[in-house]
Design a protein around this ligand. Structure first.
Ligand code: GLN
Length: 338
């Protein structure tokens, strides 16, 4: 990925965010800096997404103390798409435990695109990780519930707990994707053939398509991410969504896989676990501090929002969020006390 933050002073992680005013200043600066950026192309393989306005740009930072910063169209709604995978994975881990999901779905990067069929074949039918479509379908199939309707209700309620309010379904996007998701149906059938999905694969695809069609804003994504940064407690409502162990596991899976085949590049440039979706959302999580949510529809070739990536690169650097950045405790070298 391309970033342009060499001119931004590299702050290092202090264990907390800078003060409120500094975050306000920097989120405003990130908005101004990247609003004119025109790189990328709006997704069109789900027909209705092609109508998105490429100029809309929203940013939000949610802190673990409950404070929320906003810039631009932070309250404009769009569909969550693949970002739902992170939160459904967390819910399923919370219900079934780390080991079951690790065995059934995996945690390793495929190195291939999010909707790869070859990745399944290359790995003897193993879906590899929950952040690509194969693994997400396998994860959705594990959501407890006697019927698809019960599973869907559980997902909607669970994701709404992360956001702090009831997330609405975008019926038009759900309909548009349902008519054109032959590839996901093929992936689910392939997983079924390998014994990786026990339920009716087409019903699993339907529940998955619904979860992808939930509407969120950049602000919602920031609060949902801040819940993962806050040991599973929503900082806005005080309600627990999942356990601290599940947050830890989910964030490590995001670090390895959240930006698909670009996850290594992303971690190298930005140093935060993150998840993107094809409608143009990204959430990036700074454990113990908070999260950034962004919305801008134009994407790069891996399906990651171009403006969103750049703005998060800027904020990660300026706010000192990169989890790998440190400064010497004693700048002149080791202080030896006899
Ligand atoms: N619903 C989309 C799909 O399954 C989500 C993909 C994405 O956001 N990368 O194709």
């Amino acid at each position: 990925m391309e970033t342009d933050v060499a001119d931004v002073e590299q702050a290092v992680s202090t264990g907390r965010l800078p003060g409120w005013d500094r975050v306000e200043t920097l989120i405003g600066a990130a908005y101004e800096r990247y609003l004119p950026h025109t790189g990328g192309a709006v997704a069109d393989y789900i027909p209705i997404l092609a109508a998105a306005d490429p100029g809309i740009f929203g940013l939000s930072v949610a802190e673990v103390d409950g404070g929320v910063h906003r810039a631009g169209a932070a309250d404009t709604e769009f569909t969550i798409q693949s970002i739902s995978k992170a939160f459904v994975y967390a819910l399923v881990c919370d219900e079934l435990g780390h080991e079951v999901v690790r065995d059934r779905v995996g945690v390793d990067n495929t190195g291939l695109g999010f909707d790869s069929v070859i990745a399944i074949e290359l790995n003897a039918g193993h879906p590899m990780n929950p952040m690509v479509n194969a693994g997400a379908l396998a994860t959705t199939a594990l959501v407890p519930g006697a019927t698809p309707a019960e599973q869907w209700e559980r997902i909607r309620t669970g994701l709404s707990r992360f956001a702090g309010h009831q997330l609405p379904l975008d019926g038009a996007v759900y309909h548009s994707e349902s008519l054109t998701n032959q590839r996901n149906r093929a992936i689910a059938r392939l997983l079924e053939s390998y014994g990786r999905i026990d339920l009716d694969p087409l019903q699993v695809v339907d529940v998955y398509t619904r979860q992808c069609s939930l509407r969120v804003s950049a602000r919602d994504l920031a609060v949902m991410g801040a819940t993962l940064a806050d040991g599973g407690v929503n900082p806005a409502t005080g309600e627990r969504a999942v356990s601290p162990e599940v947050c830890r596991d989910t964030l490590s899976v995001l670090a390895a896989n959240g930006m698909y085949e670009r996850s290594g590049d992303w971690l190298f440039e930005i140093g935060l676990p993150a998840k993107s979706g094809v409608a143009g959302g990204i959430v990036a999580v700074a454990p113990g501090k908070g999260a950034i949510g962004t919305f801008s529809a134009p994407l790069d070739s891996a399906g990651n929002s171009v403006r969103g990536q750049r703005a998060i690169a800027y904020l990660s650097r300026a706010l000192g969020l990169n989890i790998f950045a440190s400064a010497a405790h004693s700048p002149t070298g080791r202080s030896v006390t006899a």
